[in-house]
Design a protein around this ligand. Structure first.
Ligand code: ADP
Length: 778
């Protein structure tokens, strides 16, 4: 093919490569280049543009300039300030620099136009073109630097060489790569190189995008949240909710400033309020914060009631609200007297111990009245988890503060009388020991800064007066017990119950039923009848319920029969409450062999506990039934050994065990029984059964025994005595060591009961048997 030669001025290009068919403008400032343009403008506006190998070279020499470039047509020249011009050119042909004609004042060269051959293998070319097209589309998508029109224009091209050049001109490539494409003279070669380069570029773009996405997604997330929040705010504004939430924040803010909170609490409250403010109205977290703020605002951080430490008044209040309980009232007054001297109520915690229904709670309430303090009560029964005392951390779903904080909220003052009920019914498990949390609550050294997990703030409990109650001391953890001053509140006698019913329970029920005075009256006999035949308890709780029940029925009766007044008699009681439930006075009025009445004491007060022994042929086996606890079983065994060892003393065949078995049974088998104090009872029953001697039915006894037959002290004498008296017993046998406890028993009872003091088991046995012996086993 004939080669076409031209003489053209040359401009070395810095940082750009121009392809045929490409339109491009660039700025020219170098003197030599300006002159070259001038020359070109004078001679057909053609110029040879070749790239420099390195852009930064100011005065390129031959070696710094590539030899293949593009002949361009100058389309436009624009003068710019500062002796530079902007030139718009259109690429025409590839050309090779064959030689320099002149280097000064501008470059002038001989150039040879490179006409390229069309594709020989059309299919191969077509295949390449398609692949390039596909890749280029991908490239355009990923790089965002190619206009959609550019892609459309490609469709019209049927010259593969031109196609390659145009695509090359769109790519953002390194100079050397572009030059490579420009130098690819053969069309097929050019397409192949282009495909390689463009595929490579697409890969790189994909990786870039992936990295970019990762970084971006992190930034995006917070942006997105911000965006959504703003959107929500806009929606709320539209709906008018914005005002609501503003109002809410304003309300909280006022409450906080009015509440006179301690500094730390106020800071925390404001911090949370701030968080609430930046949160949407409907976010779940917002709800948590509201509950928390409400909780903080409900706590009486600085509110107190003024104490009234006037002892006279306190005495009056206690006397007015409770009958009897002399010891208890005296102890409480003493306690308050000491406190009033020191003007502070710190010190040991009072613990009221006694059976249910004896007025522990209500006397605590009276103390609060007497002192002019608010009263709160919290039951510890069944509390097993430390969190119940100290709360759950806020991070838990549905977290709530502990019972102490809740109690303080209810108290509405920081110095209430706080009653911790049933402290003996608390137990620990794997979730932590509530007792140790309680210890902190009760300890005056530590409770100034009690910390609830939910609240996360120090709560000052040092001004609270704590009083605890328990049914028994046995199950109270030792460290707690050590901090408390025990006050026994034992059961009531019949007479006391009668007075309590008449003066307190009945008027209270009238009040609760809104009854005018005089509409219903109780005859004294009726009250006694209820106490004796429908209740069997140390306290008066069930008595109170029975009275309430009688009153309800009486009201119904009055309405039905159009009566204005009614006086409750024994007959009425019988009609309203049904047949008598407890009738011990009438029953068991016969003396029996092998049946002895014991006196027992449980957390629910005193009770009578019969023990039965029967003897049968056998080989000395001792059988025990009736849900006896370990201590009671051992006590039975010790008693059995004593009887065997001392058989001849009591006229029993010492070899009885060779042919006889002994069975000891405590009736009411469903009720568990334990304790050592049935020792004397069991020995007496065994001796009675083995000797076939009847035991007096009107005698009850209690006492622990040793193997040598000594009778030793027992607990709960007052409770036991009252129970025995209730059961119609008129003689009790008790350990001599318990003589000192007799003074606790009301005189009214003591005067009606014969007390026998026993030092040894002989002292018991001498007094219990009915004189003549009999074969009648009934
Ligand atoms: P506890 O706390 O010991 O189980 P409560 O305090 O609940 O007993 O007393 C039960 C009911 O008996 C209450 O209504 C109480 O007022 C009344 N009560 C108990 N003892 C007396 C008393 N000595 N004088 C007047 N009311 C009493």
């Amino acid at each position: 093919m004939e080669k076409e030669l031209k003489v053209l001025p040359l401009i070395p290009l810095r940082g750009i490569t121009i392809f045929p068919h490409m339109i491009l403008h660039f700025d020219v400032g170098r003197e030599k280049s300006l002159l070259a343009i001038e020359e070109a403008m004078l001679n057909g506006q053609e110029i040879f543009l070749v790239s420099q190998r390195e852009a930064k070279i100011e005065e390129p020499e031959e070696k710094d300039i590539y030899s293949i470039g593009t002949i361009c047509n100058i389309k436009q020249i624009l003068k710019l300030p500062g002796n530079t011009i902007r030139v718009l050119v259109e690429g025409q042909n590839r050309a090779r620099l064959t030689s320099y004609i002149q280097k000064e004042p501008f470059l002038k060269t001989d150039v040879e136009i490179l006409e390229y051959e069309q594709c020989k293998d059309k299919d191969k070319c077509e295949a390449l073109i398609r692949s390039i097209e596909k890749e280029f589309e991908e490239y355009a998508r990923l790089s965002n630097s190619v206009s959609p029109e550019a892609l459309e224009n490609l469709d019209d091209l049927d010259d593969p060489g031109r196609f390659a050049d145009i695509i090359s001109s769109y790519l953002t490539l390194k100079e050397s790569k572009k030059q490579e494409l420009l130098e690819a003279y053969e069309v097929y070669d050019r397409l192949e190189k282009l495909l390689l380069i463009i595929t490579n570029e697409v890969e790189i773009l994909k990786i870039e995008k992936k990295i970019g996405l990762k970084v971006k997604s992190k930034i995006d997330k917070s942006q997105k949240e911000y965006f959504l929040r703003e959107q929500m705010r806009a929606i709320q504004e539209e709906l008018g909710d914005e005002d609501e939430s503003k109002k809410e924040i304003e309300e909280y803010s006022q409450k906080i400033s009015k509440a006179k909170l301690p500094k730390e609490v106020k800071e925390k409250a404001l911090y949370e309020l701030n968080r609430l403010n930046s949160m949407g109205n409907y976010s779940a977290e917002g709800g948590v914060i509201r509950t928390y703020l409400d909780c903080i605002l409900d706590i009486p951080w600085n509110k107190r009631t003024k104490d009234n430490l006037e002892i006279k008044r306190a005495r009056e209040v206690l006397e007015n609200e409770h009958y009897g309980l002399k010891d208890v009232k005296d102890r409480i007054i003493e306690f308050l007297a000491v406190k009033s001297m020191s003007k502070s109520l710190k010190g040991p915690i009072l613990c009221l111990v006694g059976p249910p229904g004896v007025g522990k709670t209500s006397i605590a309430r009276s103390i609060a009245n007497a002192l002019n303090r608010n009263f709160v009560r919290m039951s510890l029964g069944g509390v097993r988890d430390e969190a119940e005392i100290r709360g759950h951390r806020k991070t838990y779903v549905g977290a709530i503060p502990g019972r102490i904080v809740n109690g303080m909220k209810k108290a509405k003052s920081k110095n209430p009388l706080f009653l911790l009920d049933e402290i003996d019914k608390m137990s620990g498990d794997f979730r932590g020991d509530p007792a140790s949390a309680l210890l902190e609550v009760l300890d005056s050294e530590q409770n100034k800064t009690f910390r609830d997990h939910y609240l996360e703030l120090d709560l000052d409990l040092s001004e609270v007066m704590f009083i605890t109650t328990a049914n028994t001391l046995d199950t109270i953890p030792r460290p707690l017990l050590d901090r408390m001053e025990i006050i026994d509140v034992s059961g009531y006698t019949y007479e006391e119950k009668f007075h309590i019913a008449k003066r307190y329970l009945i008027p209270k029920q009238f009040e609760e039923h809104n009854l005018e005075k005089g509409k219903i009256t109780f005859s004294d006999r009726a009250i006694s009848f209820i106490i004796e035949n429908y209740t069997r308890e140390s306290g008066v709780r069930s008595l109170e319920r029975k009275i309430a029940s009688v009153i309800r029925k009486a009201i119904a009766d009055m309405l039905e029969r159009d009566k204005v007044k009614i006086t409750i008699t024994v007959n009425h009681v019988n009609k309203y409450l049904g047949p008598e439930i407890y009738t011990y006075d009438k029953a068991d009025k016969t003396d029996k062999v092998g049946v002895v009445m014991g006196m027992a004491w449980t957390g629910y007060g005193g009770d009578t506990l019969p023990v039965e022994v029967s003897i049968m042929p056998g080989r000395g086996k001792l059988q025990l039934t009736g849900q006896l606890g370990d201590v009671m079983k051992e006590s039975a065994e010790a008693g059995y050994s004593y009887v065997r060892a001392n058989a001849d003393k009591y006229g029993i065949n010492p070899d009885f065990y060779k042919e006889k078995d002994v069975h000891i049974h405590a009736p009411e088998g469903a009720v568990p029984k334990d304790g050592p104090s049935a020792g004397v009872t069991m020995i007496t029953a065994m001796v009675s059964a083995l000797n076939n001697k009847k035991v007096k039915h009107n005698v009850a006894m209690t006492g622990e025994i040793t193997l040598t037959g000594r009778v030793i002290a027992i607990g709960g004498l007052k409770e036991k005595t009252l129970a025995a008296f209730r059961a119609g017993i008129d003689t009790i046998i008790i350990p001599k060591a318990n003589e000192k406890d007799l003074r606790k028993i009301p005189k009214s009872i003591l005067s009606k009961i014969k007390v026998i003091l026993a030092e040894k088991i002989e002292d018991v046995l001498e007094n219990v048997f009915v004189e003549e012996s009999t074969n009648d086993n009934d």
